[in-house]
Design a protein around this ligand. Sequence first.
Ligand code: PLP
Length: 397
Amino acid sequence: MIVSQSRWPAVLGASPAFPAGLPLVRPQIPDVPAVTRRLAEVLESGQLTNGRRVAELEERVADLLGVAHIVAVSSCTAGLMLVYQALGVRGSVFMPSFTFAASAHAVVWAGGTPVFGDVRRDDATLDVDATSDRLATASAVSATHIYGTPAHVQDIDTVAEQAGLPVVYDAAHALGSHVQGRPVGGFGTAEVFSLSPTKVTTACEGGLVVTHDPGLAKAVRLGRNYGNSGDYDCTFPGLNARMSELHAVVALAGLEVLAERIAGRAELVAAFRARLGNVVGVAFPVVADGDISTYKDLTMFLDPEVVGLTTGEVQAALTAEGVDSRRYFFPPIHRQRAYAHLRPSSPLPVTDVLAQQTLTVPLWSSMTTADVLRLADVVHGIVREAPRVREVLEQRR
Ligand SMILES: *Cc1c(COP(=O)(O)O)cnc(C)c1O
């Protein structure tokens, strides 16, 4: 068992652990010279969109996930909007508040209304058991594979099926996650991945809609192209949500290294946790035995009563070390100004607690083990010296 080499915190006068700074993520395109050549080919071909690279990406992802229909789009948000539009979602969509705002924005843009349910304490994914009464009036269900941790897809799909509702997974974090050997992408009515720069696989910007339903795939395909099937007699008001050929080239390169990256990230997270050891008041989202997370994020839940520091105070102490961090996801959607008018019909106690406790620290695929171990030492030192850290931070106010 490796024991943490607790560091004296920078906020108490030590020199910063990462003087050059430790960013939250560092997107890396594999084999840039090869990608650049393929980008040049696209530029020289004159076929910048609706071409063979996007088609190739869709085929590759279909093989990878074992799902028949993949529609590449310009972003996950646009993909979600098109899915909700295609499903004809008009009323409420039962979904977590503890997720990124775009999960809810897409519902609103498509003409629906989010109805927020609570999340599970252990892994922060949608808790259908605790809130299934709120499903009664919904017209669809949505859940997020948050941080890459798969949602409880069996429970969610079963409950939704009994209620006769479609399920849309916000799979933005989860390209490469698995549930008991089955790739995320094949669950529910549709799953939508993001390929934005903070995700494990990036197209610079982009998204992927994945579904077993040929009719839904057709509608999304049409929808990403204004709803124009080619005769300019649009059948519905679509978007321009196409992925360009250039973006598809970048995404294809990322797919080549996806499995390797996910294995590497799991090792880095394991190294961080082993080094940190069991610190009371610090918990991690639970990934079920047999499931695989992309670990899109290295997120901790810090109980302020036990740790003796608020999440904001730990964040301030990390900033002094040169360490970037984010409170993913605070405030939860139901407490954001854009959604203030949608008061939840009943409280969301777990969401409110986790939103106070959550702190995401740096992790990227090519991060070194040495940096991860040092980061663990930094966190350990801040927590160990909590009373002094709080005192110093209070004096600064
Ligand atoms: C990043 C993210 C999105 C949005 O993805 P885009 O591709 O940027 O539109 C949606 N949901 C979640 C949970 C995300 O983290």
